[in-house]
Design a protein around this ligand. Structure first.
Ligand SMILES: NC(=O)C1=CN([C@@H]2O[C@H](COP(=O)(O)OP(=O)(O)OC[C@H]3O[C@@H](n4cnc5c(N)ncnc54)[C@H](OP(=O)(O)O)[C@@H]3O)[C@@H](O)[C@H]2O)C=CC1
Ligand SMILES: O=C1O[C@H](COP(=O)(O)O)[C@@H](O)[C@H](O)[C@H]1O
Length: 518
């Protein structure tokens, strides 16, 4: 084996990576490319092997050819260096395995011993479950019964979302996993936590003297978190129709982002301390007490036929594997309160949806107005200061401030000061999955969700789901390509707020109710 010349000193210890679901969509679009980027950047030692696992038959050569195609289609690096590619591909093998068949796991155990020997791996095992959630429990039991946990190194389980469907099912799953793995061995993926700009929230907050002193209800009027997507449900209608936007994006990515914005500074930047602080935020979320409260704080919608650019789009109920009468929400917006000293009275507005006009993830922090508009009171209403954190697809931050309009007589105009990370030449931001796989392999669980975070998030979401289950008459249709139900604007208008435009969009393209209109 030729060594990789640029192995980093913080590369993880050697391990066998077991990729369950190796013929699936996630492996192809995200996991193979992430492994290649890590290898190319010297973040994997040569002491590793990847076993691709799924039911269908594949030779090692076919598997490596799938790998090659996936990298060239989805990776931020291409496999154009033949020597590097050959070296990388040597580490990959495929085994056909039905996860319900424990004998297959025994065979896998024997294969693992051979791989340990071949790649000088000290018995470390990382099991990545890119599988349907119903298979998470059975896999972990068979890993134990098939002898996979008997090797002398560490054993870690990386588990994809969704972690349960509600709190009781998540508890059950957690108990199943707990029969085999300790909490510190379980790495629950929330890929938003692997995004560069989500991680940057902590740096922006805790490394800048001019944000943290203002980061509270004395100075912040509201916070808006938008995760908008242009895609519909694509081929995932079967899964999505049972899940909906609240469970698919709300319970995990949105609440996780909210915790990053709202958490107290941890005493040390240590994984457990950060997660402790995030849990405190989740515990402080004000639960909706009645169906009426759900209704007045949460808006849900479902896309109908519409147009995005020049493209005619069908409605959600016409998508593959979606019921004609489906009442599943493809959009939701909510007004959320964090009942603690720092955030008392500050609304966090969160929204997500499919078939919206742009793909973007953004956080807008709107600051309160000046106590008095001394200079310009007669002529202008001052625009509030904003801090905008752009997570995706543009990455960066900008601050909106008021400044004098050049040449004009005491005229004020809002201007922005911008740091655009994704515009900088030479920055090739790592994909979320690269960071997360690397962290799991190093045993760093900071950006994975701990059980108590997951369970508190379900508690909050289950209350909304209950309200919806008991009365579905508030499901609002919205045309594909629009910003969702107009009712979502009312959530903010009640307090004199409005959604700020995202992704640098023209204000004209955005449906909102401004203070003046109100
Ligand atoms: N795709 C995505 O963008 C995202 C996916 N996820 C999550 O990742 C997980 C995987 O999703 P995705 O890749 O899209 O799913 P796919 O349906 O594309 O892939 C499922 C994989 O599981 C394998 N599989 C199914 N049944 C068995 C079985 N009995 N034994 C062994 N292997 C089996 C399939 O292979 P075979 O048929 O050959 O057995 C296939 O490789 C899910 O939990 C999903 O929620 C999370 C975020 C995003
Ligand atoms: O987890 C999920 O996330 C994607 C959106 O992820 P992004 O990184 O592209 O913003 C979403 O499309 C999918 O429905 C959901 O399961």
């Amino acid at each position: 084996m030729t060594p990789n010349p640029i192995i980093e000193s913080n590369s993880p210890e050697g391990a066998v990576y077991y990729l369950f679901g190796a013929t699936g969509d996630l492996a192809r679009r995200k996991l193979f490319p992430a492994l290649f980027s890590l290898y190319k950047e010297g973040k994997l030692s040569e002491k590793f092997a990847v076993v691709g696992l799924a039911r269908r038959a594949r030779s090692n050569e076919q598997f490596r050819s799938d790998l090659y195609e996936s990298i060239n289609e989805f990776c931020r690096y291409k496999a154009d260096d033949t020597e590097l590619w050959t070296r990388f591909a040597e580490h990959f093998v495929y085994m056909s395995l039905d996860i319900n068949n424990v004998d297959g796991f025994r065979e896998l155990s024997l294969l693992s011993a051979e791989l340990d020997e071949k790649f000088d791996i000290p018995g470390n095992r990382l099991f990545y479950l890119a599988l349907a959630p119903s298979l998470f429990g059975p896999v972990s039991l068979n890993l134990r019964d098939g002898g996979l946990l008997e090797s002398k190194g560490w054993h870690r389980l990386v588990i994809e979302k969704p972690f349960g469907y509600d709190l009781p099912s998540a508890q059950k799953l957690n108990e199943q996993l707990g029969q085999v793995f300790k909490e510190e061995e379980i790495f629950r993926i929330d890929h938003y936590l692997g995004k560069e700009m989500v991680q940057n929230i902590q740096v922006i907050r805790f490394a800048n003297a001019f944000f943290e002193p203002l980061w509270n209800n004395n100075h912040i009027a509201n916070v808006q978190i938008t995760l908008s997507e242009t895609v519909g449900v694509e081929e995932r209608g079967g899964y999505y129709d049972k899940s909906g936007a609240l469970r698919d994006m709300g319970q995990n990515h949105m609440l996780q982002m909210l915790t990053m914005i709202a958490m107290e500074p941890p005493s040390r930047l240590h994984g457990e301390d950060i997660r402790d602080e995030k849990v405190k935020v989740l515990r402080s979320l004000r639960g909706y007490k009645s169906n009426e409260e759900v209704r007045s704080h949460v808006v849900r919608g479902q896309y109908t036929a519409g147009k995005l650019g020049n493209k005619e789009l069908s409605g959600y109920r016409q998508e593959d594997s979606v019921g004609e009468e489906s009442a599943t929400e493809t959009y939701f917006a909510a007004k959320v309160f964090v009942d603690n000293f720092r955030w008392a009275g500050v609304p966090f507005y969160i929204r997500t949806g499919k078939r919206l006009p742009v793909k973007t993830t953004e956080v807008v922090v709107e600051f309160k107005a000046m106590p008095q508009n001394v200079l310009f009171a007669q002529k202008h209403e001052l625009s509030p200061n904003l801090l905008v954190i752009r997570v995706n697809p543009m990455e960066g931050i900008y601050i909106k401030i008021n400044a004098k309009k050049p040449g004009a007589d005491n005229d004020v105009q809002p201007v922005s000061m911008e740091f655009c990370q994704s515009c900088m030449i030479g920055i090739n931001t790592p994909e979320a999955y690269e960071r997360l796989i690397h962290d799991a392999a190093r045993g760093d669980s900071t950006y994975f969700t701990r059980w108590d975070e997951v369970s508190h998030a379900w508690e909050f979401v289950d209350r909304i789901a209950k309200g919806w289950r008991e009365d579905s008459s508030d499901l609002e249709p919205y045309p594909a390509g629009s910003w969702g139900p107009a009712k979502a604007n009312e959530l903010l208008a009640e307090q004199g707020h409005h959604w700020w435009p995202v992704n640098g969009q023209d204000e004209d393209n955005v449906i909102w109710i401004t203070n003046k209109e109100k």
